[in-house]
Design a binder for this molecule. Structure first.
Ligand SMILES: [Fe+2]
Ligand SMILES: [Fe+2]
Length: 206
C-alpha cells in the first residue's frame, strides 16, 4: 500500500472515531470546517499538507459536546494548566481540552495541529498559518449564517490576517453586547496582529 493510500485510510478511521463522539449538528459543522479550511489553503496557494489541515479541522471541536464538568476533568487528567480567563470564559475551554484529547486519545503528535485546535476559539499572538486557517474556517464554514458572514468570507479569501482581525472584532462586539468576559488571549492576539502585521504606523513606532 502506498503512502497516500495509508494516509487516506488513517484519515477515514480517524473520521469514523471522531464522528461517534459528536452530535449530528456538530459533525455537519465539522465537515463544513474541513471544507472551508481546504478552500482557504487552496485559494492562498499554501504549501501545508492537506492531510494536516483535515486532521486539525476534524478534531477542532472534539471536546465541544462534553459537559463543562467533563471538560474540567479532562483538563486535570491531561495536566492542562487553566488560566483565570479559561475559567471565566468556559466556552473557550473546549479548545485546549480538545487539543489534549487529540493528543492523548487520538494519538496526534503534530504540535502545529494541536496548537491550531487549542487556539481555534481565541487565537493567540504569533499564530501559525494552520492556526489562522482553522480559526477562520470555524468562523466562515458554509453552515454559518449570521449577518456579515459573507463579508468575512470575502476578506478570508483575500487576506488571512485581516480576516482573523475582522473575525476577532466581530466576536468582541458580540461579547461586549452580551456583557460577558473576554479571554485575555484574544485581546493579546488582536493587539499582536495590529502591532506586527496590520498597522504600519504601530509597526514604525514599535
Ligand atoms: Fe469550537
Ligand atoms: Fe467549531
Amino acid at each position: 500500500m502506498g503512502k497516500l493510500e495509508r494516509q487516506v485510510m488513517m484519515l477515514k478511521k480517524l473520521e469514523n472515531r471522531v464522528k461517534d463522539h459528536l452530535s449530528p449538528a456538530r459533525w455537519e459543522h465539522t465537515q463544513g470546517v474541513i471544507e472551508a479550511s481546504l478552500l482557504l489553503v487552496d485559494c492562498h496557494g499554501l504549501s501545508i499538507e492537506p492531510q494536516r489541515v483535515q486532521i486539525a479541522a476534524l478534531l477542532h471541536d472534539c471536546a465541544k459536546d462534553l459537559s463543562l464538568r467533563d471538560q474540567l476533568k479532562r483538563a486535570a487528567d491531561f495536566g492542562i494548566v487553566l488560566t483565570s480567563s479559561d475559567l471565566l470564559c468556559p466556552k473557550t475551554l473546549h479548545g485546549p481540552v480538545g487539543a489534549g484529547i487529540a493528543r492523548h486519545i487520538y494519538g496526534i503528535e503534530d504540535r502545529d495541529i494541536l496548537r491550531a485546535i487549542a487556539l481555534h476559539t481565541t487565537g493567540a499572538p504569533g499564530m501559525t498559518v494552520l492556526a489562522k486557517i482553522i480559526f477562520l474556517a470555524d468562523y466562515i464554514e458554509p453552515g454559518r449564517r449570521f449577518p456579515n458572514v459573507e463579508r468575512l468570507r470575502a476578506i478570508a479569501v483575500r487576506n488571512l490576517d485581516e480576516a482573523v482581525l475582522s473575525c476577532m472584532n466581530h466576536t468582541l462586539n458580540h461579547l461586549l453586547v452580551q456583557g460577558v468576559c473576554i479571554h485575555q488571549r484574544m485581546i493579546a492576539a488582536r493587539n499582536y496582529l495590529l502591532a506586527t502585521v496590520l498597522d504600519p504606523r504601530l509597526r514604525k513606532e514599535g
